[in-house]
Design a protein around this ligand. Structure first.
Ligand code: FES
Length: 284
């Protein structure tokens, strides 16, 4: 298909990289890591926020176009309100998208596609903002034409957004296909190999498990960061959490919960015990 070939070329478009770098610098300044950015990621929700928010503008603008095409004069006011509400809904939607995009680290392909995805959405927003203004001034014909043109932008933005999620796995838990923990207690390491305040990665079948000892309490959670697959055993231990070395997500060492984004999905947690100087883990 020509559009998937085009998307493939977009992924390889190194010419976009200077723009990516510049925009990334602006986003990092406007949206530094912290509670606001975490809220935009959806860390508080345990789920990426952006895919939920995109339903707002898409649904509102699609409804407006449907009214334009089917309701005639009767639908004029409702269509204008829907267009305006869609424009208002763009602000949080775009902010959450930029927050996620800015934490892709060294992954260049999704950053390039994400940049064009944002450009398509910006163009669409301008078209619908113009549509609302035209309707407000009584130029309903122009308002309908701009809204109809915006459908093209919605389709392009939606296609690229879907590509980011389904082909580039942006926002997808990198540990979603990790098998559940073993049903039986499984020997993994000698207790003396895990120092106080330390981390130890062990393999349990195909699972990578991170053992920790903080204040004498031994914890066991998945060792692969759910955000983008970072190696948590290389992270720092702080306040009962491990901080991912790649983008700074923090996970509680006792239950894998997310204390700080950009990750939104918790790490899998395991039961752990010490028997005769050996550490054993079991799935929860
Ligand atoms: S891979 Fe991004 S925070 Fe861990």
């Amino acid at each position: 298909m020509w559009w998937s070939a085009l998307t493939g070329r977009l992924e390889q478009a190194k010419a976009l990289d200077p723009v990516v770098e510049r925009v990334a610098g602006v986003v990092a300044t406007v949206l530094p890591r912290g509670p606001v950015k975490d809220a935009l990621h959806g860390t508080w929700l345990g789920h990426a926020l952006h895919p939920m928010l995109v339903a707002g503008p898409i649904g509102l603008w699609s409804g407006a176009v449907l009214l334009d095409l089917t309701a005639g004069e009767q639908g004029r006011d409702s269509a204008r309100r829907l267009v305006g509400a869609g424009v208002l809904a763009v602000a949080p939607t775009a902010a959450s998208g930029w927050a996620d995009w800015s934490e892709l680290g060294l992954a260049k392909r999704p950053k390039r596609v994400g940049l064009v995805h944002a450009a398509a959405n910006l163009t669409t927003t301008v078209l619908y903002a113009g549509s609302w203004l035209a309707r407000r001034r009584g130029d309903d014909r122009r308002g309908r034409a701009l809204a109809l043109a915006g459908v093209g932008g919605l389709a392009i933005g939606g296609y690229l957004g879907g590509h980011l999620a389904y082909a580039e796995a942006v926002g997808v838990s990198r540990t979603a296909d990790e098998p559940p923990g073993p049903r039986e207690w499984t020997d993994v390491a000698a207790a003396v190999d895990l120092a106080e305040g330390g981390l130890l990665r062990v393999d349990v079948g195909s699972r990578a498990v991170l053992l920790s000892r903080v204040g004498g309490v031994v914890g066991a959670v998945g060792a692969t960061c759910s955000h983008w697959g970072g190696p948590l055993e290389q992270g720092a231990v702080q306040d009962g959490c491990v901080e991912c070395p790649w983008h700074g997500s923090r996970f509680r060492l006792t239950d894998g919960g997310v204390e700080r984004g950009p990750a939104t999905n918790a790490q899998r947690a395991y039961d752990v015990r010490t028997v005769a100087g050996r550490l054993q883990v079991k799935g929860r």
